[in-house]
Design a binder for this molecule. Structure first.
Ligand SMILES: *Cc1c(COP(=O)(O)O)cnc(C)c1O
Length: 541
């Protein structure tokens, strides 16, 4: 049996058998046995995991000790020590090594894709829609995420809460371990070897973020706690400096609370006015209304590229341009976009762009503020402390330029490095491939949900990414969320930190399954079937 036949077989069996349920575990074991995978050990040449972006030039001659561009994978015993036996899976790059992947080394990105025409057959409904080209080897991808092997309430986990946070690939988990095992030190401030390693790793990660967003310079990339902190930074530094009574700030109805409250606070402080662009019945920004709100008082426009509550993709490029025409600055909230689509800040021409690491398969507690160089250097620092100063006397302090200017104190060094590994991982699969696959999965999921009687989809824009929000007649969203959890399906039920947009549609909360590239058609089938069962229960009364 080769990989492909195995995948077909898994699809078939897991598709057929809800009675057979939590058996991916034993399937995988059987699969591994069938492949007759030799046990991994240090005695054989370890396969290497390539880290794209490793061509990055080092600020000092490579010592050979900074994070290598190829990482030897841990041996089986080391991996096993990291996980309980249940959770342990040999990484995909090993367990399927060179079985049938057209001569490419298994760790090359092509590994994740199947040759056209040999994609595993999908069952039933999924077979009716066209396949991604090249099709994903979804099983190989899923094996990179150890948590996806978890069981919840006796069922294999279906993780559909990606808009709240994403799961982490083994490469990110390993990178954090490597950092704390071989590199940990504070950065920039010491003459010793580990400080050099940690600094290199941190700054390499900054460059990975720069490439990821296509920013012009690493000086434009500031590491922060996340989207929320990044928006507050702009509001409290640039905002206080440039916004005063009579000025106007424009946001849209779609915004996350993180892109509402900081501006509201700033308006309360300064006497500026918050204006809100309405959306249509499908949840799309009304551009004519937006145009009407723009005027010579507009100082700032802030909006999300993808709505976390509805999934709407906004026409960001156009909205930035419209704002610039009246001389306003623009902040784009990319918390929901970076994991689903290619982002190019130079092409968008936004003044700031913000996102959180944890929503793009990286660690929590790390995020990014991109800002144009002169704009950042023109902005007063937000917090004072170490790292951000050039010279301090009791009379006066001279600040560094960006990014150090906005990175006071010891930052989240390890997780910044982990974010770099997450970006490497995502780039290895390719955002274009991710977008294409998710688009098809989204189309499929929309069809499935629409066919359920009593289910109301909220947010029906043709251009959507990642999110399906709905309510179910006669059930509270909490009841639906709880019932789904009983079947091992994780979705968000609530207001998703975006109360205004839900109220716009006359509801206080929705159930929100949200997708990532490791979700499968089977996940969607299980969701749809579970919702059907929930309805059946009430109808029985
Ligand atoms: C999650 C999210 C935020 C807040 O991100 P944090 O990581 O909680 O700071 C802001 N905006 C959008 C669109 C989001 O999805």
């Amino acid at each position: 049996m080769n990989t492909n036949e195995f995948n077909q077989w898994i699809d078939k069996v897991s598709g057929e058998a809800s009675a057979y349920v939590p058996d991916i575990e034993s399937l995988t074991q059987m699969g591994n046995a069938l492949f007759n995978t030799p046990p991994l050990s240090r005695s054989t040449e370890p396969p290497a995991l390539t880290v794209p972006g490793a061509e990055v030039s080092h600020s000092r001659p490579a010592t050979g000790s900074s994070y290598p561009s190829t990482i030897p994978l841990p041996c089986e015993a080391e991996l096993k020590a990291l996980f309980t036996p249940n959770q342990y899976r040999a990484p995909a790059h090993i367990s399927l090594s060179d079985s049938d992947h057209s001569g490419h080394p298994p760790w090359e990105s092509s590994f994740y894709f199947l040759d056209e025409g040999i994609a595993p057959e999908r069952h039933d409904r999924a077979a009716q829609i066209p396949a991604a080209h090249p099709p994903f080897d979804i099983h190989a991808i899923r094996r990179d995420f150890p948590i996806l092997q978890e069981h919840v309430n006796g069922h294999s986990l279906v993780w559909l809460d990606n808009a709240a946070t994403t799961q982490k690939p083994q490469a990110v988990i390993d990178r954090l371990t490597y950092f704390y095992t071989h590199e940990n030190s504070n950065i920039h401030r010491a003459a010793h070897e580990l400080a050099a390693r940690a600094t290199d790793a941190y700054e390499e990660s900054r460059n990975k973020v720069r490439q990821f967003l296509n920013a012009a310079s690493t000086d434009e990339i500031i590491f922060l706690r996340g989207t929320t902190e990044a928006i507050n930074l702009v509001a409290q530094s640039w905002g206080r400096q440039h916004i005063s009574a009579g000025d106007e700030i424009i946001i849209t109805w779609l915004e996350h609370h993180a892109n509402i409250v900081p501006w509201q606070m700033l308006c309360n402080e300064t006497g500026a006015r918050l204006r809100v662009v309405p959306v249509d019945e499908d949840g799309q920004v009304l551009l004519e209304e937006y145009q009407k709100l723009l005027n010579s008082h507009t100082r700032l426009v802030a909006f999300s590229q993808v709505s976390n509550a509805l999934g709407t993709i906004t026409p960001a490029r156009q909205m930035v341009e419209m704002a610039h025409r009246v001389g306003a600055r623009v902040l784009v909230d990319g918390a929901q976009s970076v994991s689903h689509m290619r982002v190019d800040v130079q092409q968008l021409d936004c003044d700031w762009f913000v996102f959180s690491g944890h929503k793009v398969f990286g660690p929590t507690g790390i995020g990014v503020l991109y800002g144009k160089t002169e704009l950042l250097n023109d902005t007063q620092p937000w917090q004072g402390g170490g790292n951000m100063i050039q010279d301090v006397t009791f009379e006066k302090t001279a600040y560094h330029g960006a990014p150090a200017r906005f990175e006071a104190g010891t930052g989240n060094i390890a997780d910044a490095v982990g974010l770099g590994a997450a970006i490497d991982y995502v780039e290895r699969i390719g955002l274009e491939n991710i977008s294409r696959y998710e688009h098809e999965l989204m189309t499929y999921a929309t069809g499935c949900l629409k066919s359920i009687a009593g289910l109301r989809l909220i947010g029906t824009a043709p251009d959507k990414a990642g999110v399906l929000s709905f309510t179910l007649k006669d059930f509270s969203t909490e009841e639906v969320g709880t019932a789904l959890n009983r079947e091992g399906i994780a979705v968000r039920a609530g207001h998703h930190c975006a109360q205004p947009i839900l109220r716009r549609f006359g509801v206080e909360s929705t159930v929100r399954p949200s997708l990532a590239f490791y979700n499968t058609y089977t996940d969607i089938d299980r969701l749809a079937a579970a919702i059907d069962r929930i309805r059946g229960k009430k109808n029985a009364f």
